[in-house]
Design a protein around this ligand. Structure first.
Ligand SMILES: NC(=O)c1ccc[n+]([C@@H]2O[C@H](COP(=O)([O-])OP(=O)(O)OC[C@H]3O[C@@H](n4cnc5c(N)ncnc54)[C@H](O)[C@@H]3O)[C@@H](O)[C@H]2O)c1
Length: 360
């Protein structure tokens, strides 16, 4: 038998679903009169529609798991382009390994969880996410591009939001990734925070950069991320959380209420909250903890929250698709929190210049 090569496995590609094509409103509304998960899903969809209808509410989207590689990229891009989200908190895998990776021109491939020979895949430099394949050699290009971006920047600490903005700028300069989350967030002024930024492909680029430049290098300031997101919460006052999966982004966004309190700001808890997850609450861990539980910590109001238990690829097109087709976003104004944070940075730079002048 002829020896199998990468080409035998990397054939059909993952296609990103276009929620604009499917008006799910009548089906989701029919779910309201059913039971169990369908009724939970209908309530979650209505809460998202309420977030978008509330002109004082800023929507924070939290993303964990592997969702961009699974075909949900276009939904997130459509959310950015249609003012259905004001800030994003994500894990690194979605933003760097998957979105930025595709922005460089690479694809995710239809694989199989049933008959995968993982040793053979290993030999062929193919990585597997359940039923999806990735060309590992291409993924290394993604690490290398992050490395190059690091080398091109002034050596200092950056919030992940600042660094991801630089990634968007790099895409614009190199005319790549017009359909990516990173590029569209850059273009539309939606900040993206990745609180555990080194825990993905970006980490490899940073390790290489810092080894080459041991005394003066680019680093990520995770505390600045938290301060920036807290500043957004204070400015926005009313907020709604749309949480895909759980993980670090869920807690990071929820905790801004507590951080704002510590800064002496009088701001409300997150007014709306929806989480879609397969995690359950029995292990006491964060991902499965209910939004009711979060209210005992003073983070989420209990009136308009909904957990939906199930896998994201099937539920997100319904919940976000409902929000899209109901159309409340048409009356929303763009918040451009990137500009707000850049203005905050300018204030700090001016303060620093004043202090330096006084020292001389
Ligand atoms: N996900 C990946 O394949 C991957 C790849 C490289 C690096 N990483 C890094 O590993 C760290 C942890 O990964 P994580 O953020 O995905 O956290 P995680 O694996 O802990 O997932 C968070 C929670 O979301 C649930 N969940 C995940 N996918 C879901 C889905 N499709 N539908 C419903 N629920 C879902 C999980 O069951 C879990 O309870 C991150 O820093 C990330 O950057 C992840």
């Amino acid at each position: 038998m002829a020896k199998l090569t990468q080409k035998d496995f990397l054939k059909g590609t993952i296609k990103h679903i276009d929620m604009k094509k499917y008006n799910v409103v009548p089906m989701v509304e029919a779910f309201e009169n059913m039971a169990y998960s369908s009724r939970d899903l209908a309530r979650a969809s209505k809460i998202y529609h309420q977030m978008l209808s509330d002109k004082n509410c800023s929507v924070i989207l939290c993303i964990a798991g592997s969702l961009i590689s699974a075909g949900l990229k276009k939904i997130i891009v459509d959310m950015i382009q249609n003012k259905m989200v004001d800030a994003i908190v994500s894990n690194g895998a979605n933003i760097v390994d998957q979105d930025f990776f595709e922005a460089l021109g690479y694809k995710h491939y239809l694989g199989s969880q049933h008959n995968a020979d993982d040793n053979l895949l290993r030999d062929l430099h193919i990585d597997r996410i359940y039923d999806t394949y990735i060309n590992e050699d291409e993924l290394k290009e993604c690490d290398e591009t992050v490395h190059k971006i690091c080398n091109s920047l002034e050596p200092r600490p950056y919030s992940s939001r600042e660094f991801i903005w630089e990634m968007g700028k790099w895409l614009e300069k190199n005319k790549k990734g017009k359909d990516s989350v990173v590029y569209n967030a850059y273009k539309y002024g939606v900040p993206i925070f990745v609180p555990a930024f080194s825990d993905c492909s970006a980490g490899f680029g940073f390790v290489a950069h810092q080894t080459e430049h041991p005394t003066a290098h680019v680093s990520i300031d995770s505390a600045k991320d938290f301060l920036e997101l807290t500043k957004i919460k204070i400015k926005a006052k009313e907020t709604g959380l749309m949480m895909f999966s759980g993980g670090v982004p869920k807690n990071f966004a929820q905790d801004t209420v507590v951080a704002a309190e510590i800064l002496g700001a009088e701001i409300p808890m997150h007014k709306y909250a929806v989480q879609i997850t397969v995690a359950d609450e029995r292990d006491g861990a964060l991902s499965g903890s209910t939004l009711k539980e979060a209210s005992s910590w003073g983070k989420v109001s209990t009136a308009l929250e909904q957990m939906v238990y199930g896998e994201c690829t099937t539920l997100i097109p319904l919940i976000i698709g409902y929000g899209y087709h109901k159309g409340a976003w048409k009356k929303r104004k763009a918040t451009n929190y990137v500009k707000f944070l850049q203005d905050e940075d300018k204030k700090v730079a001016a303060l620093k210049a004043k202090e330096n002048k006084a020292k001389k």
